[in-house]
Design a binder for this molecule. Structure first.
Ligand code: ZN
Length: 179
Protein backbone atom coordinates (compact mmCIF):
# COMPACT_ATOMS: atom_id res chain seq x y z
CA UNK A 1 0.00 0.00 0.00
CA UNK A 2 1.28 3.47 -0.87
CA UNK A 3 2.54 5.44 2.16
CA UNK A 4 0.36 8.40 1.19
CA UNK A 5 -2.98 9.05 -0.38
CA UNK A 6 -2.77 11.56 -3.23
CA UNK A 7 -4.68 14.80 -2.74
CA UNK A 8 -7.07 15.60 -5.55
CA UNK A 9 -8.55 18.70 -7.11
CA UNK A 10 -10.65 20.58 -4.57
CA UNK A 11 -8.13 20.08 -1.75
CA UNK A 12 -6.87 23.53 -0.69
CA UNK A 13 -3.32 22.24 -0.17
CA UNK A 14 -3.01 22.04 -3.95
CA UNK A 15 -3.58 25.79 -4.25
CA UNK A 16 -0.88 26.90 -1.78
CA UNK A 17 2.59 28.01 -2.70
CA UNK A 18 4.88 25.51 -0.98
CA UNK A 19 7.74 26.88 1.12
CA UNK A 20 11.48 26.46 0.57
CA UNK A 21 13.16 23.57 2.32
CA UNK A 22 15.65 24.91 4.86
CA UNK A 23 16.92 21.65 6.36
CA UNK A 24 17.97 18.61 4.39
CA UNK A 25 17.91 15.73 6.82
CA UNK A 26 16.68 12.19 7.37
CA UNK A 27 13.08 13.38 7.64
CA UNK A 28 13.30 14.88 4.19
CA UNK A 29 14.90 11.71 2.80
CA UNK A 30 12.07 9.68 4.34
CA UNK A 31 9.49 12.00 2.81
CA UNK A 32 11.14 11.57 -0.62
CA UNK A 33 11.24 7.79 -0.21
CA UNK A 34 7.55 7.68 0.70
CA UNK A 35 6.68 10.03 -2.17
CA UNK A 36 8.53 7.80 -4.63
CA UNK A 37 6.66 4.73 -3.35
CA UNK A 38 3.38 6.64 -3.67
CA UNK A 39 4.29 7.77 -7.21
CA UNK A 40 5.08 4.21 -8.35
CA UNK A 41 1.93 2.89 -6.75
CA UNK A 42 -0.28 5.45 -8.57
CA UNK A 43 1.46 4.98 -11.09
CA UNK A 44 2.87 8.29 -12.23
CA UNK A 45 6.10 9.81 -13.56
CA UNK A 46 6.22 12.68 -11.08
CA UNK A 47 4.84 13.70 -7.69
CA UNK A 48 5.15 16.97 -5.81
CA UNK A 49 5.04 17.23 -2.00
CA UNK A 50 1.77 19.24 -1.91
CA UNK A 51 0.09 16.29 -3.62
CA UNK A 52 0.67 14.29 -0.43
CA UNK A 53 -0.30 17.25 1.75
CA UNK A 54 3.22 18.50 2.51
CA UNK A 55 3.77 22.18 1.73
CA UNK A 56 7.47 21.93 0.93
CA UNK A 57 9.32 22.62 -2.31
CA UNK A 58 10.22 19.02 -3.16
CA UNK A 59 9.27 16.78 -6.02
CA UNK A 60 10.18 13.28 -7.16
CA UNK A 61 10.14 11.87 -10.66
CA UNK A 62 11.04 8.90 -12.81
CA UNK A 63 10.70 9.27 -16.55
CA UNK A 64 12.44 5.93 -17.11
CA UNK A 65 15.92 6.45 -15.66
CA UNK A 66 15.17 5.65 -12.05
CA UNK A 67 13.75 7.82 -9.29
CA UNK A 68 15.18 11.25 -8.48
CA UNK A 69 14.34 13.90 -5.91
CA UNK A 70 14.72 17.64 -6.45
CA UNK A 71 14.65 20.03 -3.52
CA UNK A 72 13.98 23.77 -3.96
CA UNK A 73 13.75 23.53 -7.76
CA UNK A 74 13.79 26.55 -10.02
CA UNK A 75 13.41 26.83 -13.75
CA UNK A 76 15.99 29.37 -14.86
CA UNK A 77 15.52 29.05 -18.61
CA UNK A 78 12.73 27.95 -20.94
CA UNK A 79 12.94 27.44 -24.68
CA UNK A 80 10.62 26.43 -27.49
CA UNK A 81 7.09 25.08 -27.40
CA UNK A 82 5.75 21.56 -27.32
CA UNK A 83 2.15 20.38 -27.28
CA UNK A 84 1.66 17.05 -25.56
CA UNK A 85 -1.09 15.10 -23.82
CA UNK A 86 -0.77 15.70 -20.10
CA UNK A 87 -2.57 14.37 -17.04
CA UNK A 88 -2.19 14.79 -13.30
CA UNK A 89 -2.50 12.32 -10.42
CA UNK A 90 -4.50 14.99 -8.61
CA UNK A 91 -7.04 15.11 -11.44
CA UNK A 92 -7.33 11.35 -11.93
CA UNK A 93 -8.45 9.88 -15.21
CA UNK A 94 -8.37 13.06 -17.30
CA UNK A 95 -5.81 14.52 -19.69
CA UNK A 96 -5.47 17.34 -22.16
CA UNK A 97 -3.11 18.50 -24.84
CA UNK A 98 -1.12 21.30 -23.25
CA UNK A 99 1.56 23.54 -24.73
CA UNK A 100 4.64 24.04 -22.57
CA UNK A 101 8.26 24.95 -23.13
CA UNK A 102 10.09 22.17 -24.98
CA UNK A 103 13.35 22.63 -23.10
CA UNK A 104 14.07 23.93 -19.64
CA UNK A 105 17.09 24.44 -17.47
CA UNK A 106 16.32 23.47 -13.90
CA UNK A 107 18.39 24.12 -10.82
CA UNK A 108 17.89 22.77 -7.33
CA UNK A 109 19.48 20.68 -4.64
CA UNK A 110 19.58 16.93 -4.09
CA UNK A 111 19.05 15.02 -0.85
CA UNK A 112 22.76 15.31 -0.02
CA UNK A 113 22.60 19.07 -0.39
CA UNK A 114 24.53 19.11 -3.68
CA UNK A 115 23.64 21.78 -6.23
CA UNK A 116 21.89 20.42 -9.30
CA UNK A 117 21.78 21.91 -12.78
CA UNK A 118 19.78 19.91 -15.31
CA UNK A 119 19.10 20.61 -18.98
CA UNK A 120 15.88 18.79 -19.87
CA UNK A 121 13.79 18.47 -22.97
CA UNK A 122 10.46 16.99 -24.02
CA UNK A 123 9.03 14.58 -21.42
CA UNK A 124 11.47 15.45 -18.65
CA UNK A 125 11.11 19.18 -19.32
CA UNK A 126 7.34 18.77 -19.18
CA UNK A 127 7.55 16.79 -15.95
CA UNK A 128 9.69 19.53 -14.37
CA UNK A 129 7.26 22.28 -15.42
CA UNK A 130 4.24 20.30 -14.20
CA UNK A 131 5.78 19.50 -10.80
CA UNK A 132 7.07 23.04 -10.32
CA UNK A 133 3.55 24.29 -11.01
CA UNK A 134 2.37 22.11 -8.10
CA UNK A 135 4.91 23.79 -5.81
CA UNK A 136 3.46 27.15 -6.87
CA UNK A 137 -0.11 26.01 -6.20
CA UNK A 138 -0.96 25.74 -9.88
CA UNK A 139 -2.94 22.78 -11.19
CA UNK A 140 -2.89 21.57 -14.77
CA UNK A 141 -6.46 22.91 -15.09
CA UNK A 142 -5.06 26.44 -14.96
CA UNK A 143 -2.97 25.69 -18.05
CA UNK A 144 -6.14 25.13 -20.11
CA UNK A 145 -7.87 27.80 -22.14
CA UNK A 146 -11.07 29.15 -20.59
CA UNK A 147 -13.50 27.03 -22.61
CA UNK A 148 -11.56 23.79 -22.08
CA UNK A 149 -11.20 24.53 -18.36
CA UNK A 150 -14.93 25.12 -18.02
CA UNK A 151 -15.62 21.79 -19.69
CA UNK A 152 -12.99 20.09 -17.51
CA UNK A 153 -14.53 21.43 -14.29
CA UNK A 154 -17.94 20.24 -15.46
CA UNK A 155 -16.52 16.77 -16.16
CA UNK A 156 -14.83 16.72 -12.74
CA UNK A 157 -18.12 17.61 -11.05
CA UNK A 158 -19.99 15.00 -13.07
CA UNK A 159 -17.45 12.32 -12.23
CA UNK A 160 -17.49 13.39 -8.59
CA UNK A 161 -13.68 13.29 -8.58
CA UNK A 162 -13.13 15.76 -5.76
CA UNK A 163 -15.24 14.64 -2.80
CA UNK A 164 -15.22 10.87 -3.46
CA UNK A 165 -11.46 10.56 -3.82
CA UNK A 166 -10.79 13.17 -1.13
CA UNK A 167 -12.40 10.93 1.45
CA UNK A 168 -9.77 8.27 0.72
CA UNK A 169 -6.88 10.70 0.44
CA UNK A 170 -5.95 11.13 4.09
CA UNK A 171 -2.51 9.87 5.11
CA UNK A 172 -2.79 6.13 5.54
CA UNK A 173 0.10 5.30 7.82
CA UNK A 174 2.57 7.08 9.99
CA UNK A 175 1.04 10.47 9.32
CA UNK A 176 4.49 11.86 8.53
CA UNK A 177 4.28 15.51 7.64
CA UNK A 178 6.76 18.36 7.39
CA UNK A 179 4.07 20.95 7.93
ZN1 ZN B 1 0.13 16.87 -11.20
Amino acid sequence: MAPYGIRVVGDPVLRQRATEVTTIDGRLAKLAEDMIATMYDAPGVGLAAPQVGVEKRVFVYDVGDGPFTIVNPEIVEREGEWAYEEGCLSVPGLSWEIVRAKRVHLTGVDLEGNDLSIEADELLARCFQHELDHLDGVLVLERLDAATRKQALKTIRELGIGPSVLAAAEPKSGGFSLR
